[in-house]
Design a protein around this ligand. Sequence first.
Ligand code: F6R
Length: 241
Amino acid sequence: MRVIIKNDYRGMSREAARIVAHQVLAKPESVLGLPTGDTPTMMYEELVNMYKLGLLDFSRVVTFNLDEYYGLSPDHPQSYHRYMRENLFDHVNATNENIHIPDGRTKDAKSACKSYQEDLSRYGKIDLQVLGIGPNGHIGFNEPGTDWGMTVGLVRLSDTTRNRVAPRFGGIKNVPVHAITMGIKTIMRSKKILLLASGKAKAIPTKRAIEGPITEAVPASVLQLHPDVTVILDQEAASQL
Ligand code: F6R
């Protein structure tokens, strides 16, 4: 595991964007695993800038998002479909057929998970999986205690996770109870993993993930077993290491 510490959020984002850009330049048909949330927004901004400068081409890049809230339509302001459009896909030349995000609207979650898994299998392995980390150590929506053998599944969101996003949904009652997420097993099959963390709230979970015991109580700790992980932190997220 390689740990890179940058001064601030901007530095973390630029380093992350550089690593993603290297991947796409080295292999234009790369399969990228992508996160949403506050952490990667500036990384996406940097990638969009590189695209606008003519440095990056997303036309052959294949993307798989980590997760989606169960029950939200793609147009819901808090859906990860919408997040990805607004932060990346509306601004670059990625093609619709190469973009994959779990279907949060389906009535039949089981077959939606199966078809996401089949889509993933068609491409073999994810070349570069980018991850954020939750304050409770989750990656994707693999909450503490989630079965590490799951490939793609419907999971119940923890109270911590739901409470954290409640203000954006206008109250806890509007926050979905479940999500569809790529499982730890799929994440761990990726060829390379990039874990990003910024800010004080991530200092303890980052320490637990990198330096603590490998335990289902801290899903990100599984990354210690992956052969090619780069962690990029800002000073605040690194403050407990
Ligand atoms: C989002 C995801 C989550 C987030 C994590 C951190 O697709 O998979 O694991 O990466 O909750 O979220 P932020 O970046 O908002 O702190």
